[in-house]
Design a protein. Sequence first.
Length: 365
Amino acid sequence: MTTQNIPTSKAPAKAVPDSITPVPTRWVGPLRISGNAATDETHVPLATYESPLWPSVARGARISRLIDGGIRATLVDERMTRSILLEATDAQAAHVAARALDDRLEELRVLTRTTSRFAELLAVRHEIVGPLLYIRCEFATGDASGHNMATLAADALLTHLLAHIPNVSYGSISANYCTDKKATAVNGILGRGKNVTAEILIPRQTVADRLRTTAAKIAHLNVTKNLVGTLLAGGIRSANAHYANMLLAFYLATGQDAANIVEGSQGITYADDRDGDLYFSCTLPNLIVGTVGNGKGLPAVEDALARLGCRAERPIGDNARRLAALAAATVLCGELSLMAAQTNPGELMHAHTRLERLNGAPHGH
């Protein structure tokens, strides 16, 4: 066997200058929202290369303004998680360690408060696999999405547990039972981020005039496409048409960690024909958003959060709750519009072709 000598340069590598990748951003709406986290009308920013998304969300927003109360967004729960791993000699030792952990919850809560002014330990859950003890720590994190805050607190808790619980050793500061940026069942069951349901009741005539369809058609498509189709595909706690489209666009425009759309898009669309009127809801149990922290100091992000009303003087956490409600309402607008379009043969492709030509995007093959 021969080898090839590849010349290498001894000159120092040139530093690659930082650059900003432009993502087209438009404000659509306004959408009308009510509920326990936001009640008003506001435009929302969407940063995307998929130009048909703007008019699609705008159609849903127009419908929201025709409804008394618009889209009702209910924030059900909120918590950020980080899982840590301890290793014992066997399952019995891991079980003893778990019992000891449960007995120390109050001191762990006190310790958590020393790591941040805003961190609060809400709960600790654990699973044992052989000699492995997986510990899922759940925190309140104020107006931050809380990734770093939760990790900092979890690191302090891990150090404390190793010092005070015998017969265990360090496994990992992050053990994938969180679960961060991966499609799993545990987040939907136990919660990660903001759990929000956005819902709307649309009169029969508005469904016909504005969506060119019927409540019965949308409800039927939701079963056959979102529920049965997703089941056949092996979806994990998810039954929706395209939550990820709206979430990514909203996350990029508001300075969020875009990778969190992986768990964020694991939501469920529910549609019901109520004597011709359409009840339509989008439940998003894993909305991970914040109004402070990494990315929020960029001028465009600061402007977006201010225009969204998420820079106001409010109790700690309320700005992030408002942002989550607006994200869920935005998802509903786009989901409703797409589902309506897909009840009509040819409408979706016609709209994409026309709008992409209008915006100068390449099309065709």
